[in-house]
Design a protein around this ligand. Sequence first.
Ligand SMILES: *[C@@H]1O[C@H](CO)[C@@H](O)[C@H](O)[C@H]1NC(C)=O
Length: 191
Amino acid sequence: MEIPFFLITILLLLSISATAAAPSKPGVSNDLVRSSCVHASYPSLCFRTLSSYSGPADTPRDLAQAAVKVSLSRARKVSTYLTTRVTGKSKRERVALSDCVDQISDSMDELSKTLQELKHLRGETFGFQMSNAQTWVSAALTNEDTCLDGFEGVDGNVKSDVKRKITNVAKVTSNALYMINRLNESRGRHR
Ligand SMILES: *[C@@H]1O[C@H](CO)[C@@H](O)[C@H](O)[C@H]1NC(C)=O
């Protein structure tokens, strides 16, 4: 008996969609994460944050998006933390904290814009979009560094906590910038 062609087609489509829908477990894409993180500014942080990322991480583009999302979510957490600590300190510390709130807020805007750009990449505008992404993530990083600088010479027990958290955000942002550069470089190979 001959199997109807449409049946074969359906079976084929089903098996393809089953493969595509398979949960992307850490391990499936760990090789790409590992090889992509090796030369990141903070390789082990890069590997830790991206291998535990729950979304797709199978292409340089996935990884760049994932890295920006991680950075954005950490910035958001720090922002919440900062806004609960603005009151009741020395004048200088209050000023540094409230400046920091603004800087992290700007940083979050820049990271959101970057994420939108990465979600809507198009062949004919790729170079321009990559340049935007690079500019915005660099600006986000600068804002985070400026926040840290604001605490120079400020005494207070909030300071070390804030510094530690912001430093962590700056590190994941720096890794995100690296992933964007990698995506840009991979263009010819993955399009
Ligand atoms: C992207 O790659 C191209 C070609 O390698 C390069 O000319 C361009 O400056 C890069 N853009 C960014 C934003 O890194």
